[in-house]
Structure formats: structure tokens, C-alpha cells
Design a protein around this ligand. Sequence first.
Ligand code: OAD
Length: 240
Amino acid sequence: MDISLLIEKVRDALQRARRPLALTGAGISAESGVPTFRGSDGLWRNHRPEELATPEAFRKDPRLVWEFYQWRRTLLSEVKPNRAHYALVRIEEKKPFSIITQNVDGLHSLAGSTDVVELHGNIWRVRCTDCGMEREDRTVPFEEIPPRCGCGGLLRPGVVWFGEMLPADALDRAYELIKATDLMLVIGTSGVVQPAASFATMAKRRGAFVVEINPELTPISSYMDVVINGKAGEILPQIV
Ligand code: OAD
């Protein structure tokens, strides 16, 4: 089907939807200049992010892991939300709307979205590996890497790493939203990291209309009611 017809179909569905929901991944921030994880630009000094975003990597070399996060924090301190983030804010102005995001960049909130479930934490938070203290910290760059807590313990980024549990409150809220939604927009995620990847199929099984917006096909594309192959910053403003 022609892309403009697909956009029209989704626009109609969104207008009718009572409780729309978005599931977002790194792709929605790509047009802000934030590299995705699995694209060709996703490598950092020849490391795959999946090798650095683990508790094992942090135990082995906290400095290297912090250098990676320091690089991401510096980059993120200089970028702005894009047309895709702002389009989602406009949905919320019309009806109850929530976003479940795998992103740690905080760009949805910065754009103005008020109901954002951060499944993988937030890069602007730090947590002490000794005393457990957690707080927001927007220091860029840290003078000393790895940074330390007042108690002397090592600080780590307040994000979820591979092999770690997702925050229970975020997960509970996500399942609640999936149960309630009648239309889910799946935007800019490769659909390979669980549990987020299963959210779209879960929503579909529960009867929601599911739409994928991504320039590439993904392992979850075949479950979708509509797949729009395009960039989020170009497609979403046309839908909203
Ligand atoms: P990925 O890097 O795996 O996938 C990004 C997706 O965005 C790909 O499917 C791209 O095709 C798509 N994309 C690229 N540009 C786009 C654009 N302009 N508009 C729309 N889509 C675009 O990122 P995630 O799926 O978010 O986890 O990755 C999931 C998790 O794996 C991340 O949260 C992170 C990562 O490693 C942890 O760190 C725990």
C-alpha cells in the first residue's frame, strides 16, 4: 500500500483510539543525532554497547564503562528532542497517552511528554554500588572517572544493564498500560531486546491495533497491523 494511505489509516485509528500508547527505542532519537545501538554507527571505539552495558564489564573495568557513559552523556547534553518526540507530545494534548521507552536519554520528557515509563532507567541518574544512594546527576564531564559517592563507593550509571532486572515499578506500569491500550505505536526499536520486544505482540494478542514505524523491517514487523517503513521524524508529524 502507498505510504500516504498507510499514514491516513493510522491517523484515523489514532483519532478513534481511547488509550493510545507508544513503545519507543533508540531509533526515535536517531534524528536528534544520538547513535542507535545496533546500527553501523552504533560502535564505540570498536566495542559493541552490549559488551559495555553489563555488570561484568563494570566489575572488570569501571573506568572503560564510565568512559563510554561519559561519551554518551556529553553527546546527549548537546542534543535536542526532534520532530518525532514533539509529535508524541501533541497526542497527549488530545487524549490520555503514555510512552514506554527503552531509551535512557530523557528526550521524551525534555520535549514535554509527561507520562513516560523508563524501562531501562535514565543516563542522568547515578547510583552508589556500596550504599545504594541514587540521585540525579547532570555533571558533564566528571573530573574523575569513575566518579565516587560521598561514602567512598563507586558510582554507576542509573541505567539497566544486560543481565539485570528491570525496575519493578516501571515493569508493572508497562503491563498495566499494555492491558489498557487499544492502539500501540512501536517506534524505532529493533525488537530484539526483551521484555520490550514482547510488548507489541502482547498488545496485539489483547486486541490492540499495532503500528510499527521504522525504516527497516524487524523480527516483530510480521505481528503488526500496519508497518510504515520510514523515519520517525518524518512519519509521526504526518500522523499526528
Ligand atoms: P537498536 O539500536 O537495537 O535499534 C534501533 C532501531 O531504530 C533499528 O530498528 C533502526 O532501524 C531504527 N531506526 C533508525 N533510525 C530511525 C529513525 N529515524 N526513525 C525510526 N526508527 C529508526 O535500539 P533499541 O531497539 O532501542 O538496552 O535497543 C534496545 C536496547 O538494546 C536498548 O535500550 C539498550 C540496547 O542495548 C540496554 O542498554 C539495556
